[in-house]
Design a protein around this ligand. Structure first.
Ligand SMILES: [Mg+2]
Length: 138
């Protein structure tokens, strides 16, 4: 069954579909899955560190995959990149949950920030201007 935008809006769930990545897994269903597989610790700091170190480790694995192509001239391993992105998503979802937010809110807030920064799409000038940070203390 091909999922459509209507399927997700019926669920009342901001999903990856909303970002154009229709694959059938809603953010809340995925977050519930991650919660069932993520090891937490007695203290919040330890759980946050677990998620943060997980993000860093998986980012390193992703970079290593790209390095193998760049340095050794191997073909880019899309399957490995796909896996590492999923691993990153796991830890990002866990960390989001630990701080009381979720992927849907992260996506909405990130879109709002980047729409302000790049009102007409990416440009180097807008990247340097950082309109979304204007008025913030440096
Ligand atoms: Mg990995």
């Amino acid at each position: 069954m091909k999922l459509t935008r209507e399927h997700f809006s019926t669920l009342g769930d901001f999903s990856l579909y909303e970002m154009g990545y229709a694959h059938g897994a809603s953010c809340s269903a995925y977050a519930t899955f991650v919660e069932s597989r993520f090891k937490t610790f007695p203290s919040d700091l330890e759980s946050l560190l677990h998620a943060g170190i997980g993000i860093s480790g998986e980012a390193g694995e992703l970079l290593d995959c790209l390095k193998k192509s760049w340095v050794y001239g191997k073909p880019i391993d899309d399957l490995n990149l796909h896996e590492e992105l999923g691993d990153l998503l796991f830890y990002i979802t866990a960390l989001a949950d630990l701080i009381g937010t979720d992927l849907g809110q992260l996506m909405r807030d990130n879109m709002a920030k980047l729409e302000k920064r790049y009102p007409s799409g990416y440009t180097d000038a807008d990247a340097l201007r950082r309109a979304d940070k204007m008025g913030e203390p440096k």
